[in-house]
Every structure is written in structure tokens, then in C-alpha cells.
Design a protein around this ligand. Structure first.
Ligand SMILES: C[S@@+](CC[C@H](N)C(=O)[O-])C[C@H]1O[C@@H](n2cnc3c(N)ncnc32)[C@H](O)[C@@H]1O
Length: 209
């Protein structure tokens, strides 16, 4: 990242972390969005790609006594105030600094990768790179769970010849469906981009390797 990009990212991250304070989704929300049970995660290695500022997901997993190893990845953990806040609320967490489009993990490291409320925050180009990276670090037979995302992204992905070719060439199955709306999520106004998302339905995308 250039110095200017880093400054923009820092400002954006700090704004977002203030905005998301106390609204971060945890284990139950993640499971509900994707129709999973706790048993689906037990004994698994999981990546939370785009972790929130308090790493609520791995905190809940620990409290639920699940035998699940979680890496919480966020580029925002590079900033001292965000990393300190994250580790204060979840001291034993495996907080990893990194970008989703350049994941610092070996191929086939995880059984499942969760990308929750992240894809709406990156450009289309970054999103496709991030998805192919998420698939690279997923074990054969594993899944990448993405969502909720606004349905225009689904429409773009369905039209994207390069992404379709990538899925065909790699034998990856993509399934999409609406996200349950009763999981306590508020409709968003993105203060940074100034976009209102109220009129767009949410969807989820599951990629199976
Ligand atoms: C709205 S928060 C979602 C946090 C959490 N997953 C949740 O559902 O509560 C969006 C997160 O996206 C992450 N993020 C944004 N751009 C990213 C990128 N290029 N790679 C990885 N994570 C990114 C940041 O960590 C930020 O906390």
C-alpha cells in the first residue's frame, strides 16, 4: 500500500470501527445467515476473513467450548488503536494482519472461510481477487461462505465471463440464495461512500471447492 492509500485506509477503518462498535456479528449471526449449526464448525479450522474490531466470532466460539481453530484476519489490525481494542476484548485470539486479496496463508489451510459483511466494502475487482484467494486457502471439499451482499453483486458475478471461466476451470460450485432478514441486521447507510442500501435485497454466495 502507498502512504496515501494507507492514510485513507486508516481513516476509513477507524470510522468503520466506530460505526460498528457494539454491532459486530458473532457466532449465532454467522450460523443463521448460512443455515449452519455449531456442530458444522466443531473440530474445524476456520478463517474469519474481514474480522470486526472485537473479533466477536472467535470470542463466541471460545465461550461455546467448540474445538474450532479460528484465524481472525483484518487489514485494520495494522493500526495500533484497532489492534489494541481487538486484543483487549479477545486476548487469546489469533488476530492476523492481512488483506483478503493477498492472504498470508498456505494453500488449503482452512476447512471453511467466512466473509461476512465484507464484499460490499471492496471494489468489484478486489472482490474477485479476494474470492479466488479465499478459495486458494480452502481445503478440497471445504466452503467459502460470503454474505450478506447486495444483490447487484450477484448480478455482476453472474454476468462476469472471467469469473465463470475461473469457476469452470477450477471445478468450483457456486450457489446463491436470499439471506434470512430476521437475524437482527440493520439496513445500512454507508457513511463513507454515502450510499443508501435500503432498497436492495441481501443475498449470500457459497463456493464449494
Ligand atoms: C462491516 S465490517 C464486518 C465485520 C464482521 N465480519 C461482522 O460481520 O461483523 C467489514 C470488515 O471488512 C474488513 N475488510 C475490508 N476490506 C478488506 C480487505 N480488502 N481484506 C480483508 N478484510 C477487509 C475489515 O476488517 C472490516 O472490519
Amino acid at each position: 500500500m502507498s502512504k496515501d492509500q494507507e492514510k485513507n485506509w486508516s481513516e476509513r477503518s477507524i470510522e468503520l470501527s466506530k460505526f460498528y462498535k457494539g454491532k459486530e456479528r458473532g457466532l449465532e449471526a454467522y450460523l443463521h445467515i448460512f443455515g449452519l449449526t455449531r456442530e458444522d464448525l466443531d473440530g474445524k479450522k476456520v478463517l474469519d476473513l474481514g474480522a470486526g474490531p472485537t473479533m466477536q466470532f472467535s470470542q463466541d466460539i471460545k465461550e461455546a467450548n467448540l474445538d474450532t481453530s479460528v484465524a481472525e484476519l483484518s487489514p485494520d489490525f495494522i493500526f495500533d488503536d484497532i489492534r489494541h481494542k481487538a486484543l483487549e476484548s479477545n486476548p487469546s485470539a489469533n488476530a492476523v494482519v492481512g488483506l483478503g486479496q493477498e492472504l498470508p496463508f498456505a494453500s488449503e489451510s482452512f476447512d471453511s472461510v467466512f466473509i461476512v459483511h465484507v464484499l460490499d466494502h471492496v471494489s468489484y475487482e478486489i472482490m474477485t481477487r479476494l474470492l479466488s484467494e479465499a478459495l486458494r486457502v480452502t481445503k478440497k471439499g471445504g466452503r467459502v461462505y460470503c454474505g450478506p451482499v447486495y444483490s447487484y453483486i450477484r448480478a455482476d458475478l453472474a454476468k462476469d465471463k472471467n469469473f465463470k471461466k475461473f469457476l469452470n476451470d477450477t471445478g468450483i460450485k457456486l450457489s446463491q440464495s436470499d439471506v434470512p432478514v430476521d437475524y437482527g441486521e440493520e439496513r445500512l447507510y454507508d457513511k463513507i461512500s454515502g450510499t443508501h442500501y435500503d432498497d436492495m435485497p441481501y443475498t449470500k454466495i457459497v463456493l464449494e471447492k
